[in-house]
Design a protein around this ligand. Structure first.
Ligand SMILES: NC(=O)c1ccc[n+]([C@@H]2O[C@H](COP(=O)([O-])OP(=O)(O)OC[C@H]3O[C@@H](n4cnc5c(N)ncnc54)[C@H](OP(=O)(O)O)[C@@H]3O)[C@@H](O)[C@H]2O)c1
Length: 331
């Protein structure tokens, strides 16, 4: 089978198509013929993790070393990237009950990667579900990462109908899912993003959009129940006056400083800082499938690239010009 591989860290030029052995599913696994994978921040990090120094790492320092060891210190340990995918079940192991040959599926592999290949094995109880019929493989490949990250984080802060929620970083992989999920939970949503993506965030269902290059949302007098700062671009100090008395400042990216703020504010009755890591799970994958079927979550695919042009896909994501998801079609 063909796979997009890399054996050294670096620019998108390190990505090459290579022939590899087609995997054979174990008794509890399904073999998937991959049709589409998306390119998200995890792929960019994995491709050049040696450039992610502790200061560039968007998580606390104690998590940097295990991540560096996991991805490989001097060269990549994992040679095929790709964490979210969609495809068709080609065959099933003899103990598999949830899937059958021919089922369209989509799923998430997290840090184990490996979806940038024509074939992929997944445990039947892994994070994989039947693809909703109302979306294409390309759209399906762009959904799991954002949804499976945003869902547990919004649940962690007990989001409620009628709450005023601001998503800072609303146009990204996690933010675009968070906007739609916050709407699903009945919140009034303001999305913050850059100028070229204001229309994109509005089309996701945001009630209001703010351009961070033109307006500082902490200075406009609006007060929120929840400020979800995906990339840690603001701060609790700046957001405090924009939070209701029991408001929450939620971070998907955070450093030790924010962890200490979380500990400090956890003891008070007032405004809280919450730093949370998403634990992706099959129940959320099934919920995501249902929400897609009901039209509550959609994926907007900006551009598709054939696997031979994977480097171009990575360059386009790195350019910061995308509005929606970038997908690589496989085979
Ligand atoms: N907590 C967890 O479990 C977890 C899981 C996975 C990932 N993460 C973290 O999530 C982050 C990646 O998120 P993602 O995949 O959504 O990233 P992404 O797709 O690259 O999106 C980045 C977002 O940040 C916005 N942004 C850039 N500069 C900004 C600024 N100055 N002010 C406000 N917004 C700004 C971008 O807006 P424009 O593009 O419109 O300019 C875009 O909406 C990483 O730091 C990663 O560590 C956390």
């Amino acid at each position: 089978m063909k796979a997009i591989t890399y054996t050294e860290y670096g620019t998108p030029d390190v990505l090459h198509i290579k022939e590899m052995n087609k995997p054979t599913p174990k008794d509890n696994e399904i073999l998937i013929r991959v049709h589409a994978v998306s390119v998200n921040m995890g792929d960019l990090w994995g491709r050049n993790f040696k450039a992610i120094t502790p200061s560039k790492f968007s998580m606390p320092l104690p998590l940097w070393l295990p991540s560096r060891l996991y991805f490989g210190v001097t060269k990549p340990r994992i040679n095929v990237l790709g964490n979210e995918f969609a495809g068709e079940v080609e065959s099933v192991g003899r103990d598999v009950k949830r899937f059958k040959k021919g089922d369209p599926v989509f799923g998430y592999r997290g840090q184990s990667m490996g979806a940038n290949a024509e074939y992929l094995c997944m445990a039947e109880n892994g994070i994989v579900a039947v693809k909703p019929a109302n979306i294409s493989y390309e759209e399906a490949a762009a959904i799991p990462y954002g949804a499976l990250t945003a869902l547990p984080l919004l649940r962690r802060v007990n989001i409620q109908p009628g709450q005023k929620v601001l998503i800072n970083g609303a146009s990204g992989g996690i933010g675009s899912a968070a906007v739609q999920l916050a709407k699903y939970y009945g919140a009034e949503v303001t999305g913050v993003c850059g100028t070229p993506r204001l229309g994109f965030v509005k089309a996701l269902g945001a009630d209001k959009v703010i351009d961070y290059t033109k307006e500082d949302f902490t200075q406009n007098g609006e007060i929120y129940d929840l400020i979800f700062d995906i990339m840690n671009k603001s701060s609790f100090e700046k957001c405090k006056d924009s939070l209701k008395p029991n408001g929450v400042y939620l971070l998907a990216s955070f450093k030790m400083k924010q962890v200490f703020q979380m500990l400090q504010t956890s003891r008070s009755n007032g405004k809280k800082v919450i730093c949370a890591l998403a634990m992706e799970n099959l129940e959320d994958m099934e919920l995501t499938r249902k929400l897609v079927e009901e039209g509550k979550i959609k994926a907007v695919v900006d551009k598709c690239f054939p696997m031979e042009r994977a480097a171009e896909a990575h360059r386009y994501v790195e350019s910061g010009n995308k509005a929606g998801s970038v997908v690589i079609t496989i085979g």
